[in-house]
Design a protein around this ligand. Structure first.
Ligand code: ADP
Ligand code: MG
Length: 257
């Protein structure tokens, strides 16, 4: 049994079927990539796993350690150690970055204490030192700690910030929705190195991307899946991502929208 199992998932948005029978299992310690044309349902899958209310699961199931999470709210899913780095992070004015991270971290410590060896930070200062190390790791300045969540962050800073949150929170399974989109080469490398740090903790990782480049930097890549028209149409190893990059989606008879 894998830590996260997605079984024959059917998901609608506003009454329109977007996922139609998608199955995928991700275990801790495994690194998966999903590639696929625009509009094929990749972000829909990521959002459905975390329980975004706009995405309605019509049938199928999502299981964590063998138990369905479909009835759980997003924060309860996060407490099981699921994490989503957004394709388009939202700016939330008034929510302090450092305050947000510390609350999230402490909440997760309560629910994940037994299955993970998590550090307990007794003072705000200790926690800040821990976050600062992770800010350094992704090339963000320490002044971010005193800003509001994503407010005024550039596109690249938002992407770095998403993986920074992942490093701080230490999920069991991290889903990263196009963490490399719109980034320059150095930033892609920094984001990949952050993902490598998480891989080293033994977490499971799912990277949604269009490009083999970020995948080449990863220390480990076990499976590559192609999602088209709402389901997985092909799975393989690292070589599949290289083949897609060189031949394009047309090679599989798919068009990009
Ligand atoms: P991908 O991430 O693979 O590019 P998405 O999962 O974002 O694809 O989108 C799949 C399909 O669902 C697209 O046709 C898109 O227009 C539609 N869709 C996604 N989000 C919404 C939404 N909030 N409302 C209506 N349609 C949506
Ligand atoms: Mg998407």
């Amino acid at each position: 049994m894998s830590f996260l199992e997605i079984k024959d998932l059917h998901v609608n948005i506003d009454g329109k079927e977007i996922l139609n029978g998608l199955s995928l299992s991700i275990n801790k310690g495994e690194v998966h990539a999903i590639m696929g044309p625009n509009g094929s349902g990749k972000s829909t899958l990521a959002n459905a796993i975390l329980g975004h209310p706009k995405y309605s699961v019509e049938s199928g199931d999502i299981l964590v350690k063998g138990e369905s999470i479909l009835k759980l709210s997003t924060d309860m899913r996060a407490r099981k150690g699921l994490f989503l780095a957004f394709q388009y992070p939202t700016e939330i004015s008034g929510v302090g970055y450092s305050h947000f991270l510390r609350n999230a971290y402490n909440t997760l410590n309560k629910s994940l204490a037994e299955e993970q060896n998590r550090e307990v930070f007794l003072t705000v200062r200790e926690f800040h030192e821990y976050v600062k190390k992770n800010l350094d790791a992704v090339g963000l300045d320490q002044s971010f700690l005193s800003r509001y969540l994503n407010e005024g962050f550039s596109g690249g800073e938002k992407k770095r910030s998403e993986v920074m949150q992942m490093l701080v929170l230490k999920p069991n399974i991290a889903i990263l929705d196009e963490p490399d989109s719109g980034l320059d080469i150095d930033a892609v490398k920094a984001v990949a190195e952050a993902i490598n740090k998480l891989i080293a903790t033994g977490a499971g990782v799912l990277v949604i991307t269009h490009y083999a480049r970020i995948l080449r930097y990863l220390t480990k890549l076990d499976y590559v899946h192609v999602v088209a028209k709402g389901k997985v149409i092909k799975s393989g190893g690292k070589e599949l991502s290289e083949e897609l990059e060189s031949k394009g989606y047309g090679w599989l008879g798919l068009e990009d929208k």
